[in-house]
Ligand binder design. Structure first.
Ligand code: 5GP
Length: 187
């Protein structure tokens, strides 16, 4: 059976990846999403096993040492990782799998799975990103500053990605991502 396509979606926090992601799944419901593990505390409305597998550092480190992650990274003080087994089994069943991970994780995935498609979502501008991050109201001022600094460095590294999509208008950005995925699948 033909293996599924591994799709990596990255971009600075606040760029609107979450919204793009849900919109994309409405258009392409056949995509399987990977649920990451994280040591970050859940935000309001986030459900364990749906948005993330929330866990403490001990559990995360234990899984990491057992080789249970496809990739992992430390971002703004927390660990994040992609559980390996579910992704590999879906791919071997021929299902396409979508990972929403940071630049460090995307780099690891590209090195291990060169056939994957990597997409970086860019904000229309740095000031718009700052506005969106502050408007979200889920992080403290310090956390917003840390996320912005990280965003600037991630944007600087985005040339490594196969594709870059600017999220100025949600519908246009999602249409571009859909097109990239369909082309990668030869549709
Ligand atoms: P947030 O805390 O806003 O949910 O996510 C922070 C950052 O962690 C985002 O850039 C997100 O893409 C990234 N992230 C989420 N899950 C993973 C993962 O499994 N691996 C890696 N490397 N990054 C992740």
């Amino acid at each position: 059976m033909k293996k599924g396509l591994l799709i990596v979606l990255s971009g600075p926090s606040g760029v609107g990846k979450g919204t793009m992601y849900s919109r994309l799944l409405k258009i392409m419901p056949e995509l399987t999403v990977s649920v990451s593990a994280t040591t970050r505390k859940p935000r309001d409305g986030e459900i364990n096993g749906v948005h993330y597998y929330f866990m403490n550092k001990e559990k995360f480190v234990c899984m990491r040492e057992n080789g249970e992650f496809l990739e992992w990274a430390e971002t703004v003080g927390n660990y994040y990782g992609t559980p390996k087994a579910p992704v590999l089994s879906k791919l071997s069943e021929g299902k396409d799998v979508l990972l929403e991970i940071d630049v460090k994780g995307a780099r690891q995935i590209k090195a291990a799975y060169p056939d994957c498609v990597t997409i970086f979502v860019l904000p229309p501008s740095e000031s718009e990103l700052a506005r969106r991050l502050r408007g979200r109201g889920t992080e403290t001022d310090e956390q917003v500053k840390a996320r912005l600094a990280l965003a600037v460095s991630e944007i600087g590294e985005s040339g490594e990605f196969d594709h870059r999509v600017v999220n100025a208008d949600l519908d246009t950005a999602v249409a571009e991502v859909t097109d990239i995925i369909r082309k990668a699948k030869g549709e």
